[in-house]
Design a protein around this ligand. Structure first.
Ligand code: TRP
Length: 388
């Protein structure tokens, strides 16, 4: 979302101690989650999972989520949101978490939280997530999920938490603000998000892989330490990552998208606001338009955006514009974006005008998530001899 996210480069930075590859401890596994070889394994495994989904979508339960910290933009849309709709259409059961408790991990107070939650929900529904098929819920509404945090915290050490590369990157990002206990432990909370519903698949970007490894470690250690409710199955299954192969959009200035730089196009912007952002987009001095992300990042990013919005190949878009130059490119990309998003934006405006409906969707999702969480917590209590 629009709060500063650690970049993949920051996460892979060399201050992460390299683990001894011969030692198989869970703590090492956490650190290795961001190594190149392990990344390649995850990429390969994700491709296999994509194939398995086509054959048997019913084998999978997906959990994913967002922090409600800002408005969704086209980077989110083409990076992850469109894929959630595709999973839903393929018949994969999906739960989507609006991670409201995560918002207070690295800021003071809740700010515009309530509006942001409803705005995010409107975005989800506008792009085609169907509340009859996809369970959308808020962290803070599911006490049984949050209660898992206590047994889970008993399964990790403080040193492990401090070594988590994403926690490190985020705490470096807070401009000297002291790290809260919630920020230090949020990977464990995120493990609860994933494990409470026994999701076996989590669509993530590279930067979130250490969290997924944390969830796998917690699932495994719970079984080792506390045992089972039903001797035939561990209480928790180990989730896998579904790494996105989606194109990575930059901001309209060629830099990383960030709200504060004014280089993003939000899902909820209208056609005129979109045109205004694209009018200011950075290009270069070469008249001939090509798709060459390495050498012409700004121009290529606009070509890519036009291609994604119109369902075409970037090379074809570039060839068609050819010598017409960057003015023509901006016209093409503005039209492509506004055409593609017109129905989504119309639906979003309709939804935003119907808060009672949005509330009913969230209540329904929360009820369903709570039912699932209560069943899991019962099993946890049984495994831990805490049923009185
Ligand atoms: N950390 C995610 C983000 O910043 C949101 C999130 C919370 C999440 N819990 C999750 C994502 C569990 C996947 C799985 O956007």
């Amino acid at each position: 979302m629009s709060n500063p996210r650690p970049t993949a480069a920051a996460v892979a930075a060399p201050d992460v101690p390299t683990a001894d590859p011969t030692s198989g401890s869970a703590a090492d596994a956490l650190e290795q989650a961001s190594s190149a070889a392990s990344l390649q394994r995850t990429v390969d495994r994700s491709a296999q999972i994509e194939r398995d989904i086509k054959v048997d979508p019913g084998r999978f339960r997906v959990l994913t989520g967002d922090r409600p910290t800002g408005n969704l933009h086209l980077g989110h849309y083409f990076g992850t949101l469109a894929n959630r709709v595709a999973l839903q259409r393929q018949g994969v059961e999906t739960l989507i978490l609006i991670a409201d408790y995560q918002v207070i991990a690295d800021r003071d107070g809740v700010g515009q939280l309530r509006d942001r939650v409803y705005s995010l929900l409107a975005d989800y529904l506008a792009i085609g997530l169907d509340p009859d098929e996809t369970t959308i819920f808020t962290h803070s509404s599911i006490p049984e999920l949050n209660q898992l945090m206590l047994p889970f915290l008993s399964l990790v050490t403080e040193a492990e938490l401090r070594r988590n590369p994403t926690v490190k990157a985020e705490s470096d990002d807070t401009g000297g603000r002291p790290m809260s206990g919630l920020l230090l432990t949020y990977p464990v909370h995120q493990a609860a998000d994933i494990l409470f519903c026994k999701a076996n698949l989590v669509p993530v970007g590279k930067d979130q892989l250490p969290h997924l490894e944390q969830a796998r470690v917690v699932a495994r250690r719970f079984d080792e330490r506390y045992g089972r409710a039903d001797p035939a199955h561990p209480v928790f299954r180990e989730p896998e990552a579904l790494l996105s192969s989606a194109a990575h959009l930059l901001g309209t200035d060629g830099a990383k998208m960030s709200k504060s730089k004014g280089n993003t196009i939000e899902l909820g912007m209208d056609a005129d606001a979109t045109a205004a952002v694209l009018k200011k987009a950075v290009t270069d001095s070469q008249r001939h338009i090509t798709f060459d992300p390495q050498n012409r990042p700004e121009v290529s990013n606009l070509v890519l955006l036009a291609a994604l919005s119109s369902g075409r190949e970037p090379q074809d878009v570039a060839t068609e514009i050819g010598d017409a130059g960057s003015g023509a490119l901006k016209k093409v990309v503005t039209e492509a974006v506004n055409d593609h998003f017109a129905p989504i934006r119309a639906r979003r405006a309709e939804l935003a005008g119907d808060p009672a409906y949005l509330q009913s969707v969230l209540r329904r999702g929360n009820e369903r998530a709570r039912d699932i969480a209560a069943t899991t917590l019962d099993q946890v209590r049984a495994a831990m001899s805490m049923q009185y």
